[in-house]
Design a protein. Structure first.
Lengths: 235, 291
């Protein structure tokens, strides 16, 4: 952890440890992530990648250590403030986490509805992000009728709809074919270029690393094993 | 709020079966409770419309003379609960006895002296129950010139106790039905919640507040309660239309009172209770589920 970069970091982890029933999932992980950075978190299954993202959006609380998001200490955040913190994140999951009984439009609109946006604004914004993700024509279908790649693009559309400062993507291409994975990554890359901070946890990083400038962090048995800067790549 | 209402209606549509079960359960409970209300409202009208007084005979002492009559009559009349006082002289009493015994009055003709006492026939208010009558009788008995008072206390006490027991049973059964409806509503909310648990989890992940999650459930509960209440009252009204005329005829013959449907106040009360029931079932379930 660099103290100088830390001053400007949007995400700071200080000796973060997380245990599940005495078994460590993260051990003394410290790192700073700067605004607009693209960070890849890799490592074998069970290395703690998903846990790292979960403690960031407070799906799990840390057993020890501290996390600061834009200077806000997550251990001190009240349950009532938690939803407002989460609205600053856009989240993408391997299993998409779409509501099967709601249309594509409604799934994406949810991210704006929870923030209390007006219906007119929601309509325009949802159609805009669906256009960007190439899902505009599928706005009124139900997610189960879509392919995995399409569902993930809807999930990405929902993640970016609220103009988040940080996007956390947990194995976003894990269950997708190569072409679908490429399209999802292109969308994330487009938002990265707009200045959004992105953390992608995946154990298939070759394709990702070949597309973007960023930082690669490797976790092993819950510990930070290495951190390398990736070479610039022009898509 | 419009958004929450739309969401609640969409939720009801997507969980038609469970919502229908809840509404029917509330409807049946409201039907049962309304039936009790209908019965007690009409019974109340019978009691209001009928004679709410008890009859008692005040037997006067042998020393009583006609000259004392105005004083004794007014003393009895002034007692709390006494509605009417009629003097029955010993001669009138004997004439009545002869009249009632019809053909077997020869032995009465052999009497040298009239053995019957002067008496006061009184009507006592019984609206507030047997105790009111007993208290009035006790006061009358303490008066000078009063020998004894007879008012069929055993029969009256039994009747009044039976009536109170019946009313209490009605209230308890009504409360029980509402309680059952409440538990079923709360359980159904739980079932609906479990079917939507992943949806709620997703809502939370994208930053939904508890209020955002709960409001559609509450509105659904209010709709379920309201619709269930209306349905229950409608079923009762249809049953009333189909059977009311027959029951009315019997009631008319017996008590000179027609059966009427629930008053607007009672219907409003039932509807309010069912709506509250729907909301409260939701409230308690969600309080536990969203801890």
């Amino acid at each position: 952890m660099n103290l100088d970069t830390g001053k400007h970091a949007i995400i700071r982890l200080f000796n973060v440890t997380k245990h599940y029933g005495g078994k460590p999932a993260l051990q003394n992980v410290s790192m700073d992530i700067l605004p607009g950075e693209f960070v890849f978190v890799s490592g074998p299954s069970g290395a703690g990648k998903s846990t790292l993202l979960k403690v960031l959006y407070l799906a799990e609380t840390v057993s020890d250590g501290q996390i600061l998001i834009d200077g806000m200490n997550l251990s001190r955040i009240s349950p009532a403030r938690l939803p407002y913190l989460r609205r600053r994140f856009g989240m993408v999951f391997q299993d998409f986490k779409l509501i099967p009984t709601r249309t594509v439009f409604d799934n994406v609109a949810l991210a704006l509805e929870v923030a209390g946006k007006k219906p007119g604004f929601i309509r325009k914004k949802v159609m805009h992000v669906l256009r960007i993700t190439g899902m505009e024509k599928k706005a009124h279908v139900l997610p189960p009728t879509l392919s995995g790649g399409e569902q993930q693009r809807v999930a990405v559309a929902r993640a970016v709809a609220g103009d988040p400062e940080i996007i956390l993507a947990d194995e976003p291409t894990g269950s997708l074919d190569q072409e679908s994975a490429r399209r999802v990554l292109e969308i994330l890359l487009a938002y990265h270029k707009k200045g959004v901070t992105i953390l992608v946890a995946s154990h298939h990083l070759r394709q990702l690393e070949a597309m973007v400038t960023g930082r690669s962090i490797v976790l092993e048995k819950g510990r930070l094993a290495s951190a390398t800067r990736l070479d610039p790549y022009t898509v | 709020m419009t958004r929450y209402i739309k969401k609640a209606l969409a939720d009801i549509r997507s969980n038609r079966f469970l919502n229908l079960i809840t509404m029917v359960t509330i409807a049946l409970s409201i039907l049962a409770v309304s039936l009790f209300f209908l019965f007690f409202e009409n019974l109340g009208r019978v009691l209001d419309g009928g004679d709410q007084t008890g009859r008692a005979m005040v037997y006067l002492a042998p020393e009583f003379s006609e000259a004392m009559r105005p004083g004794v009559e007014s003393a009895v009349q002034d007692m709390a609960g006494v509605v009417r006082v009629t003097f029955v002289s010993k001669d009138q009493a004997l004439a009545r006895l002869k009249n009632e015994m019809a053909g077997s009055t020869q032995f009465l003709d052999t009497l040298k002296e009239n053995p019957l006492p002067h008496a006061l026939e009184i009507q006592i208010q019984t609206r507030d129950g047997f105790e009111q009558m007993a208290a009035a009788v006790e006061q009358i008995e303490s008066l000078e010139m009063v020998e004894s008072v007879e008012y069929g206390e055993k029969w009256l006490a039994r009747f009044l106790h039976l009536f109170h027991l019946f009313r209490m049973t009605g209230y308890m059964l009504g409360g029980l039905f509402l309680l059952i409806a409440f538990f079923i509503t709360a359980s159904t909310v739980r079932l609906v919640f479990y079917t939507r648990q992943s949806e709620v989890e997703i809502m939370r992940l994208v930053g939904a507040t508890d209020r955002f999650i709960k409001m559609p459930f509450y509105i659904t509960g209010v709709i379920q309660g309201g619709v269930g209440g209306i349905l229950g009252l409608l079923i009762l009204y249809v049953a009333y239309l189909l059977m009311g005329s027959g029951v009315s005829r019997i009631m008319g013959d017996l008590f000179d009172v027609n059966v009427r449907f629930l008053s607007f106040t009672a219907m409003g009360g039932m509807l309010g209770a069912s709506t509250f029931l729907g909301w409260f079932g939701c409230y308690l379930s969600l309080r536990q589920l969203l801890k």
